[in-house]
Write a protein that binds this ligand. Structure first.
Ligand code: G1P
Length: 297
């Protein structure tokens, strides 16, 4: 029987040190692109892909995330009193049905693989998605929705993939490509952050995965890998070695690395330019800035 993907894991336990001092008191995932926090983009993408259960892997200091998805009766009452219907409408996207969302704490920062493993009892024996909210993908059809469609065909594990230049392979999980069929590639393996000259290809894994329970079983071994952490990449590679199908999927869309300051700023500009209420002002400002920079050169 064909299995549907209805559960998604959102690993949000990281300390976000690259954004200190902001992340001293604000979880990185609550930082906003225009007026929506990173985590809202991730949730919207998951919903568009048909996800019904949202599992957050958190850590100490992430309380703001739980509050964000909670009802805010005092705020809503005040907005209602002032007749701010469109703001009440906007708030709706942050509300979760009871039981739709679960929070699990990762007690120690042991790596992405360990974070995913923390959700094993909630996932049980079903395929599941993993979304890393740092990777924001602007796309006509959401990246995860594209991958769910591909999964319905293949029923094998699928990871989002993107071609990167040689000097970038050491920042990503890299696919060992068996057959390149264009938007889909089959794989012989996967390596986490290979050094220069060691990468099996230039096809990098981006933070969207659809995985089968076999990967969770592989994580039971709690094997440490690159950086002394339990890597999701290694568990997927072990599943491939056991004969599981794992496909790379070249999604249609633009990915922003919001784990880096530059990527975050680029995403902010791109999302603002996509908004009718902000485009003209921002465009005029960017044009002026470019012209005055050029004139000063
Ligand atoms: C994680 C994964 C890596 C993947 C990347 C995508 O690395 O371990 O395999 O390519 O996300 O963004 P991180 O960026 O958390 O170091």
């Amino acid at each position: 029987m064909r299995k549907k993907v209805t559960k998604a894991i959102f690993p949000v336990a990281g300390m976000g040190t690259r954004f200190l001092p902001a992340t001293k008191s604000v979880p990185k995932e609550i930082m906003t692109l225009v007026d929506r926090p990173l985590v809202q983009y991730a949730i919207d993408e998951a919903r568009e892909a048909g996800i019904k259960e949202f599992i957050f892997i958190t850590s100490r200091g992430k309380g703001a995330l739980e509050d964000y998805f909670d009802n805010a009766p005092a705020l809503e009452q005040e907005l209602r009193k002032r007749g701010k219907d469109e703001l009440l409408e906007i708030l709706k996207s942050t509300n979760m049905e009871s039981g739709e969302i679960a929070y699990m704490r990762q007690h120690k920062p042991l790596g992405l693989g360990h974070a995913v493993w923390c959700a094993r009892r909630l996932i049980a024996n079903e395929p599941f998605a993993v979304i890393l909210p740092d990777d924001v993908i602007a796309a006509e059809k959401s990246c995860l929705a594209q991958m769910v469609e591909a999964f319905e065909e293949t029923q094998g594990n699928i990871v989002a993939a993107m071609d990167v230049p040689d000097h970038m392979t050491s920042s990503y999980g890299i696919l060992d490509v068996k057959e390149d069929m264009g938007s889909i590639v089959s794989t012989n393996g996967m390596v986490e952050k290979p050094g220069p000259g060691e990468a099996p290809s230039n096809l990098a894994v981006i933070g969207r995965y659809i995985l089968t329970p076999t990967v969770l079983q592989k994580l039971n071994s709690k094997k440490t890998g690159t950086g002394g952490e339990i890597q999701l990449t290694d568990a997927i590679a072990d599943a491939i070695a056991d004969g599981e199908d794992v496909f790379g999927y070249r999604f249609k869309g633009q990915r922003f690395d919001c784990g880096s300051k530059s990527g975050f700023l680029q995403a902010t500009v791109a999302f603002a330019l996509a908004r009718d209420d902000l485009r003209d002002d921002l465009w005029a400002y960017l044009n002026d800035t470019v012209h005055s920079h050029k004139a000063a050169q």
